[in-house]
Design a protein around this ligand. Structure first.
Ligand code: GLV
Length: 318
């Protein structure tokens, strides 16, 4: 029997739901959501949803930190994590699908001008826009992880011309084309990839090398009138550069799910900007119904001394 501590930025209802699903998947273990100080040393596994830095510091016997979030930038930056304890990302197939659905919606809406029609409706304007074919649009997906890949393949099936960029090659050499998606690898390849992208979708992990990547020089490298979709982290985007690029007409629209400050403050200019669509960090939520089994599989691996799944590489930052 292992004692598992569940904590993080979850409200009481969500905490309860997670506890119920996790406990059902791990009936032999005990899932706790509150700890008395004398219980700290009994906790072997922490299951965390974007926890406040420092929250795992009092737990001296941890053997696994399992994130319920796919993005672990905040965890990796927590200097109080017990050293040497493996951290694992959440890779939930349902979450990949949800993220791909959001990406597909954004690309389709940009392609067919649906954000423009929403603006027109607000002014009771009846004005059909020019219609383009999907194969006239080039979409560049930044990041070829679980989510980038799921989205890229779906966009390809929808008829778009899809390219993807990743910062480094996978262990096995990457072919130029992966299932019809053109691959660009490495920093030197980014400029050329951007130059051919009508729609840019960001699904990169946030690391020191990707922070601020969506900046003025990135926007300048895109063809004039391109659109940007940020579904990854707010800190990928330099907000002032986005506003400047939209106002100058270099970019035509941005769909943003993530922000430097969340919730996005009511006074933030993004809310009222006619060329920005704001989502409340809802592109893909971890689904307890599928993700609890992912956690349980890693806890079983830990008990059996087998390799953990989706372990974070601290040198890469994800
Ligand atoms: C959400 O943003 C996540 O990383 O799971």
């Amino acid at each position: 029997m292992m004692k598992i501590y569940l904590c993080g930025s979850l409200d009481a209802v969500a905490l309860n739901e997670w506890q119920r699903h996790l406990q059902a998947e791990m009936p032999e273990d005990q899932v706790l959501t509150t700890l008395e100080p004398e219980q700290n040393a009994e906790i072997s596994v922490a299951v965390v949803a974007n926890p406040t830095p420092g929250s795992l510091y009092p737990l001296p016997s941890l053997r696994l930190i399992q994130s319920l979030w796919a993005g672990v930038d905040r965890l990796v930056a927590d200097t109080t994590l017990p050293p040497g304890v493996p951290v694992c990302r959440m890779v939930d197939p349902q979450m990949n699908v949800a993220m791909a659905e959001t990406g597909q919606w954004a690309v389709l809406a940009l392609h067919r001008g649906f954000f423009g029609y929403a603006r027109q409706q607000a002014k009771a304007q009846w004005q059909p826009l020019a219609q383009r074919r999907a194969d006239e649009l080039r979409v560049l997906v930044l990041g070829w992880g679980q989510m980038g890949r799921t989205l890229g393949l779906r966009l390809n099936a929808m008829g778009y011309r899809v390219a993807a960029w990743r910062s480094r090659a996978a262990a096995t050499a990457q072919p130029q084309q992966v299932d019809g998606v053109e691959m660009h690898i490495g920093t030197e390849a980014l400029g050329a990839a951007l130059g051919q992208a009508d729609i840019l979708v960001n699904l990169l992990p946030l690391t020191p090398s990707t922070r601020g990547l969506l900046n003025a020089s990135c926007f300048a490298a895109l063809p004039r009138g391109a659109s940007v979709v940020n579904l990854a982290r707010g800190a990928h985007l330099v907000e002032a550069d986005l506003l400047a690029a939209l106002d100058a007409g270099q970019l035509s629209h941005a769909v943003l799910d993530v922000f430097n400050t969340e919730p996005l403050p009511a006074s933030h200019p993004f809310w009222q900007h006619p060329a920005i669509t704001v989502l409340p960090h809802a592109a893909a939520q971890t689904d307890p119904r599928s993700a609890a089994a992912v956690v349980a599989a890693n806890v079983r691996a830990l008990k059996a001394g087998e390799p953990l799944m989706h372990q974070v590489d601290f040198t890469l930052g994800y």
